[in-house]
Design a protein around this ligand. Structure first.
Ligand SMILES: [Zn+2]
Length: 181
C-alpha cells in the first residue's frame, strides 16, 4: 500500500473512530516513520506506521492503521461501555492494551467496512504470522488472532456485532483472561 492510500484509509477510519468514540486526541494525519519491520505506535494526537508496515498485504496494513488508532480511544472505549481496566501489571498491562486495540479495530472495521473485515478474516493466518510471537509488550500473534476469530465466529452465527464486542471486551476486563497468556 502506498502512503497516499494509507493516508486516505486513515481519513476514512478517522471519521468513524471519532464519531464512535468522542475524542480530541485523534491526529489529523497518519505519520510515516522509517523502519523496515511492521511497526506502529500511538500517543495523543500522534499515530504512526513504519514504512515496513506499508510493505505488508493491504489487509494487514489496514488492520495496523485501525489498531494504532484504537490505542488513542481506549479510555473512551472503557467509559462508553462502562468497563474498568483490570488490575494487571507489567507485561500484562501492555498485553491488555494490545488486545483492546485489536478488538476495537476489528469491531469498527467489521461494522463499518465489512468487505475489508472479510478480507482480513481470510488473511487471519498471515496476520498472526506478521504480528509475530509474544515479547515483553505484545501478546502472541496467534492468540491475538484467536480473539478476532472468536468475534468473527460470534457474528457469523448471528450475534449482534456490538454484543460480540462487548462480551469479549468484558472478558478482557477480568484478570482471569490473562491466566492463559
Ligand atoms: Zn498496539
Amino acid at each position: 500500500m502506498n502512503e497516499n492510500t494509507a493516508q486516505q484509509l486513515f481519513q476514512d477510519y478517522r471519521r468513524v473512530w471519532t464519531r464512535e468514540y468522542v475524542t480530541n486526541e485523534m491526529p489529523n494525519q497518519l505519520t510515516f516513520l522509517p523502519g523496515g519491520q511492521l511497526d506502529g505506535g500511538a500517543a495523543p494526537n500522534f499515530v504512526y506506521l513504519t514504512h515496513g508496515a506499508l510493505q505488508c498485504s493491504n489487509s494487514v496494513t489496514s488492520f495496523a492503521i485501525a489498531h494504532e488508532m484504537s490505542h488513542v480511544v481506549t479510555l473512551q472505549w472503557l467509559q462508553r461501555h462502562g468497563l474498568v481496566k483490570p488490575p494487571v501489571a507489567g507485561k500484562y498491562d501492555y498485553f491488555w492494551g494490545e488486545y483492546v486495540a485489536d478488538l476495537i479495530a476489528f469491531h469498527l472495521i467489521y461494522t463499518f467496512f465489512r468487505v475489508k473485515a472479510h478480507v482480513i478474516k481470510i488473511e487471519f493466518p498471515s496476520l498472526a504470522h506478521e504480528l509475530g510471537t509474544a515479547d515483553n509488550t505484545h501478546p502472541d500473534g496467534g492468540k491475538r488472532v484467536n480473539m478476532l476469530q472468536s468475534y468473527s465466529e460470534q457474528v457469523t452465527s448471528g450475534e449482534n456485532p456490538w454484543n460480540a464486542m462487548l462480551s469479549i471486551g468484558r472478558s478482557l476486563c477480568t484478570t482471569g483472561f490473562f491466566s492463559n497468556q
